[in-house]
Design a protein around this ligand. Structure first.
Ligand code: ZN
Ligand code: FE
Ligand code: FE
Ligand code: ZN
Length: 276
């Protein structure tokens, strides 16, 4: 009989640092936490600077970016394991393209995560703004969100779509069949452009108590052979590889048997299981 054993823990591709102003710990603190878990690989993905003034309270400034680079570099030189990658979480919003198209390719990132956190001026996933959800049409918010994500994908500036169904964070969401109908064109587009998506366990720490994306959306991604990677969205060292056991279960439930790893923005497929 062919028994399958999960690799101990997939690389964690989504780790923040105190430079984003709402996380605690410096890169070295996260690396030490990862060592405690025997994690083999991780990638920092703090929020990218936005010199046009977009959402300044949740990110490093452009002037602080060299500090981020140095801190990650120092952590990297502390030895392996884990292998340490230099990544970034770059928000997509209207008008972001000109800066990002110029800046992202010049930073030697290993991986660029793309995310959407704003609908117009509303930071819809910020708990300080949660009351707004009571006064909006939930379905049309989700529709706008998916439209923004398709522009993110079309821009081809990013490697991975992170927290694909982020608007569910506080529990406001349309019925499954409605979400499905909205997400299908987006998933087709992701498949066509060859991007990956992330299984993000951060949602388990939020009111929705669910991994991003939902099992339904992940199954649709699997049907389209969209590659996956894993991210904890850690905002404190204790959250490194947060509930990755559940993320692996979800991935296998919908039929995934491989994941991707990144180096210098090139990706490589690797099995989720070793044959015993
Ligand atoms: Zn954050
Ligand atoms: Fe994010
Ligand atoms: Fe994040
Ligand atoms: Zn995130």
């Amino acid at each position: 009989m062919n028994r399958r054993k999960p690799i101990f823990c997939p690389p964690d591709t989504h780790i923040h640092t105190s430079l984003c102003k709402h996380a605690t710990g410096q890169p070295m603190d996260y690396v030490e936490a990862a060592r405690g878990l025997a994690l083999t690989e991780l990638s920092f993905a703090d929020h990218a600077p936005a010199p046009d003034g977009y959402d300044p309270l949740c990110r490093m400034s452009l002037e602080e970016f060299p500090l981020y680079r140095d801190q990650v570099e120092t952590a990297r030189h502390s030895g392996e394991p884990p292998v340490i990658l230099f990544g970034i979480e770059a928000d997509y919003y209207e008008g972001c393209e000109s800066f990002l198209a110029e800046w992202l390719p010049n930073q030697d990132f290993d991986v660029v995560l793309g995310s959407v956190h704003y609908i117009g001026n509303w930071g819809f996933d910020n708990s300080a703004n949660v009351h707004v959800w009571k006064n909006v049409d939930v379905t049309s918010v989700w529709r706008t969100y998916f439209e923004l994500l398709s522009r993110l994908v079309t821009s081809r500036l990013y490697d991975v779509v992170t927290h694909l169904d982020l608007p569910k964070k506080f529990g406001y969401r349309p019925r499954d069949n409605v979400v499905r109908e909205m997400a299908l064109p987006l998933l087709d587009l992701i498949a066509k452009t060859g991007m990956a998506i992330e299984i993000n366990t951060g949602g388990l720490r939020k009111p929705v108590r669910e991994i991003y994306p939902s099992a339904m959306l992940l199954a649709l991604a699997r049907e389209r052979e969209i590659p996956i990677c894993f991210g904890s969205d850690a905002h404190s060292p204790a959250e490194v590889a947060f509930h990755f056991d559940r993320a692996l279960d979800l991935a296998t439930e919908v039929g995934y048997s491989s994941m991707v790893r990144f180096r210098r923005r090139q990706r490589e497929s690797t099995p989720l299981f070793v044959n015993m």
